[in-house]
Write a protein that binds this ligand. Structure first.
Ligand SMILES: NC(=O)c1ccc[n+]([C@@H]2O[C@H](COP(=O)([O-])OP(=O)(O)OC[C@H]3O[C@@H](n4cnc5c(N)ncnc54)[C@H](O)[C@@H]3O)[C@@H](O)[C@H]2O)c1
Length: 351
């Protein structure tokens, strides 16, 4: 078991390689009321695993991206109100990134902020969504446009959850791990390149090392720039085009799948602008394909993607900017990218 400390608006521990049930029992010991948010798909596993303590109530929420809606939020507020939740009570979100995103946001907004703990159950949740304090929901105008910075009190990572996630969700989580490799820790790329997807899934040791390395990077960046001013932008590598594609696909693509295509786009854009070598661009294609992630998107989608790109939080007015690389572990900003440059680059990521 290893503990990584994240210094955000409050300091909290991320415990990796633990038994979540023991950690959960400790968490609830000194709380009057605890609500456990869980998506429908995991409800049976969670209910069967936790002690029937009388201070714990379970609230089942919808599964997947549709859960990050105002309707789910209202349902949670209603539950908290009916059960008289106060500032000394606790919310525990057990699930993938969608569950921790909405759980954290509900905790941020109830009484202007109650404590919450994340128990991520997908790889994407463990290495990314549950770390960093960004919480929120989607709107018709884009992903995560409504939200708040509200760090959990603790993040509990038990790899046992990964045994039941689909290969597709494991791959989607690997996209964020690989992103950390490109922006800050090339050792991650070496570990991934040394195995097939199936070998990685079956290796507790390699998976744990990748989780620890990815969290260390996210934790460090978040510690330097909690509120997303400047330094934290590097974590958005692949996300400008990725978010547009994710929204355009109407969430048929997993977040990580869209980010994989977005990273290819960012690498190809950097090559087009003459700042990144063809060899590193090729490494993007190879490693993402090896992890069975998509690297292309429909050639017909560009006219609809362009307005979505302008919604991205890294856009400034009508000027587009992208996080790019000039080398491995050397992120930079590409400012004032023109529509022409986007069109030319997009041709390289189409089917
Ligand atoms: N807040 C942040 O900083 C941040 C960062 C990255 C991603 N995100 C968000 O995270 C979300 C993506 O996270 P995700 O990929 O975990 O999605 P998800 O929560 O939708 O989970 C994916 C699927 O896996 C299932 N699942 C979860 N745990 C399981 C388990 N142990 N066994 C079997 N099935 C399981 C879920 O029911 C769901 O169907 C997106 O909404 C994204 O915007 C947030």
């Amino acid at each position: 078991m290893q503990t990584l400390r994240v210094q955000a608006e409050n300091t909290y521990d991320v415990i990796v390689g633990c038994n979540w049930k023991s950690e959960f029992s400790e968490l609830i010991a000194d709380r009057n009321r605890v609500v456990v948010l869980v998506p429908a798909t995991l409800a049976a596993a969670v209910v069967g695993s936790i002690v029937a303590a009388k201070n714990v109530k379970i609230l089942e929420i919808p599964d997947g991206e549709i859960a990050k809606s105002i309707q789910t939020l209202e349902m949670i507020w209603q539950f908290l109100g009916e059960n008289g939740f106060t500032r000394s009570d606790l919310m525990v979100a057990i699930g993938g990134g969608t569950t921790t995103d909405i759980g954290g946001f509900a905790a941020a907004t109830w009484l202007r902020g109650i404590d919450w703990v994340a128990i991520p159950t997908t790889l994407a949740g463990m290495v990314d969504a549950a770390i960093g304090g960004k919480t929120g929901i989607n709107s018709a105008f884009g992903k995560n446009l409504i939200g708040s910075f509200h760090s959990p009190r603790k993040v509990i990572i038990d790899q046992i959850w990964l045994e039941t996630i689909s290969d597709r969700d494991f791959s989607a989580g690997m996209a964020e791990v690989i992103k950390c490799g490109f922006i800050a820790d090339p050792k991650i790329l070496e570990i991934v390149e040394a195995s097939s997807l199936a070998e990685l899934r079956n290796s507790l040791e390699s998976t744990q090392e990748l989780i620890l390395r990815a969290i260390a990077i996210k934790g460090k960046v978040v510690g330097e720039d909690f509120r997303d001013n400047f330094a934290r932008e590097v974590l958005n590598y692949g996300h400008t085009m990725g978010h547009a594609i994710e929204l355009h696909s109407q969430y048929r693509l997993r977040h990580g799948e869209a980010i994989a295509i977005g990273m290819i786009f960012a690498a190809e854009l950097a090559r087009f602008k003459g700042v990144l070598s063809a060899q590193i661009v090729e490494r993007h294609h190879k490693i993402l394909t090896q992890m069975k992630l998509p690297t292309t998107y429909s050639s017909l989608a560009l006219p609809e993607l362009l307005p979505l790109l302008l919604l991205d939080k890294k856009s400034r007015g009508t000027t587009l900017r992208f996080v790019a690389l000039s080398d491995l572990a050397a992120p930079m900003r590409l400012e004032g990218v023109t529509e022409g440059e986007i069109k030319a680059t997009y041709e390289r990521v189409t089917t």
